[in-house]
Ligand binder design. Structure first.
Ligand code: GLC
Length: 557
């Protein structure tokens, strides 16, 4: 039985474009009572005329419209829990309390949140650090709650760390590399606080985090968008920081594809999981960071050169991803019938994908209506796995066309049991098992089937799903997922991840009070209550870029 229907989710037709939202849906989005009347409103919210633009695909990335509101400084109670007319879920207050407990201070100023706050845990590893990627949902929660200071502090502190000389053994990393995480050390004798950062030289596997720099740029734009404070992004050091990050990716070399080549474990999935090459998560974040940088870079000498390169890359990346990473029923059928060993420009099967390499599971998994960006595409290798983060970011950055975005949501509805199950959401689907697990993960005991990165369910992904749902006009899907999470998250102590095909079990080695599980939930709640927050983390289709002629159109049938 169709999982979505079974769980009572309303199927909003995939043919309806973003412009044609059903009236009821739209009024729900617009009329939901606001949690906090006093709360400092985000930039987007102040211009209500912008909300329909989220749904009508008009560009609202207009920096000229921005003005600077006064910020709400850190106070103990969440602004969105002020006892107003609307009665928030009791978990919300608990979540805010836990989020505030995770704050990390440096010389008196909050600079981030600790990855996990778990007293009972003996094996701390690096969970006592502030991770760049983990801080993103915390930052969004604070921005949505009118507390931008901590986000500004974080952005500036990590920018300083970027300036460090980074070495692994005797090898120097690129100047633009951003840390995976940092930690504040207290010296009680000298009464001094110092920071230590990890750029991959301490990380398990010694991989540099390619995603950190992208998240930094994305967060800088979210801060600017939310506060209207242009002055931070315009600072020379921030402009330089953006350029340095992108220089690492825009240099010309031997690449024949516009996608970014990287090592296994360089993003959220930070262990060997066959995500090397051109993984969707990195490509989608790269695309989003390029688009964010484009609106923040100044058109001065160095900025101008960078802007030109960005534009060219975006153009090529957009074409490549929409053409070669997209998979739906029609496309799958085409690949299934591919000829191989084609030579020259006329080749249809450009990457020489051998049909026999298509895994069996995909034939059952692929619905007639729906589609997604596959995990990876490189010569003779297509990773057909579904990765949640990459697909949500593709929607938010408008790397996906409006039709593709709708098709991704259709897929989530049609494959609800597999992708959401009892605890949102699967990081990747399906899991790798047996011999394949041995070869691919290197016998990783943490990444056994349906656990952790190997098909585990991560509550943090809830905020990404919610944002994607709002953008595509399907808030009901997010509501259903949030309801599921609410039945267990607090009771279970905000675990990092859940295990099992349906995500029913608290993860084997999951940390408790994992900050991004807490913040991810809060962000999802706040966005659903006030969809205008979406503007912070979403970019509309760039109209200058010509729409691609579709290779297949199963979402229209
Ligand atoms: C794990 C996750 C990684 C996260 C870190 C801190 O290593 O795989 O994505 O950033 O924990 O929470």
């Amino acid at each position: 039985m169709d999982g979505a229907k079974e769980m009572g989710i309303r199927n909003v037709s995939s043919i309806c474009s973003l412009t044609k939202l059903d009236d009821h849906e739209l009024s729900c989005l617009l009329e939901k009572p606001r949690l906090n009347i006093e709360r400092q409103r985000s930039f987007d919210e102040r211009s209500l005329s912008e909300l329909p633009t989220i749904l009508t695909r008009e560009t609202y990335d207009n920096y000229d419209n921005m003005h600077s509101p006064c910020g709400r400084s850190c106070i103990d109670t969440p602004a969105s829990f002020g006892g107003n007319s609307f009665n928030p879920h009791p978990i919300v207050a608990e979540a805010w309390e836990a989020l505030r407990r995770s704050l990390v201070y440096f010389r008196g100023q909050p600079v981030g949140t600790i990855a996990a706050y778990h007293h009972a845990s003996e094996e701390v590893l690096n969970y006592d650090q502030v991770f760049v990627r983990d801080f993103v949902p915390s930052a969004l929660a604070f921005l949505m709650n009118g507390e931008p200071e901590i986000v500004k502090n974080f952005l500036l502190k990590t920018l300083q760390l970027q300036g460090w000389e980074k070495k692994i053994d005797r090898f120097k990393l690129g100047e633009g590399a951003m840390p995976a995480s940092f930690k504040v050390l207290h010296d009680p004798v000298r009464k001094l606080e110092t920071i230590v950062a990890d750029f991959g030289e301490s990380a398990i596997g010694r991989v540099a985090p390619v995603d950190s720099g992208f998240w930094w740029i994305i967060l800088l734009r979210a801060y600017t968008k939310s506060t209207g404070d242009l002055s931070l992004a315009e600072r020379p050091e921030c402009q330089k920081g953006i350029r340095l990050i992108l220089m690492l990716c825009l240099a010309e070399g031997f690449d024949t594809f516009p996608t970014l080549l990287c090592a296994d474990g360089c993003s959220m999935i930070d262990r060997r999981m066959d995500v090397y090459g051109y993984p969707i998560e990195i490509q989608a974040l790269f695309y989003m960071a390029l688009r964010c940088a484009l609106v923040m870079l100044k058109h001065d000498g160095e900025g101008k050169d960078c802007i030109e390169r960005i534009e060219k890359r975006l153009h090529a990346l957009n074409f490549h991803m929409r053409s070669y990473f997209w998979l739906d029923f029609q496309q799958l059928n085409d690949i299934y019938r591919y000829k191989t060993e084609e030579y020259s420009h006329t080749a249809v099967n450009k990457f020489n994908v051998i049909p026999d390499s298509i895994p069996d599971w995909i034939f059952d998994f692929m619905p007639m209506r729906g589609g997604y960006f596959v995990g990876n595409v490189s010569p003779a290798r297509m990773d057909f796995r579904w990765f949640c983060l990459g697909n949500c970011i593709a929607i938010l950055s408008s790397l996906a066309t409006p039709e593709q975005s709708m098709a991704i949501m259709d897929l989530i509805e049609a494959r609800w049991d597999e992708l959401v199950g009892e605890m949102p959401l699967k990081i990747a689907y399906p899991a790798i098992e047996s011999h394949e697990w041995r070869i691919i993960t290197g016998c990783d005991p943490k990444n056994t089937r349906w656990s952790y990165h190997n098909g585990g369910s991560w509550p943090v992904l809830l905020w990404l799903l919610t944002a994607a749902c709002i953008k595509t006009g399907r808030p009901q899907i997010a509501r259903q997922a949030i309801d599921l999470a609410e039945t267990r998250l607090l009771k279970d102590g905000w675990p990092e991840y859940y295990d099992g095909k349906l995500g029913r079990f608290i993860g084997k080695q999951a940390r408790k009070y994992q900050t991004w599980s807490i913040a991810g939930y809060l962000v999802a709640k706040m966005m659903l209550e006030d969809p205008s927050h979406l503007g912070m983390i979403s970019l509309e289709e760039d109209k200058q870029r010509k729409p691609l002629i579709k290779r297949s159109s199963s979402w229209n049938c």
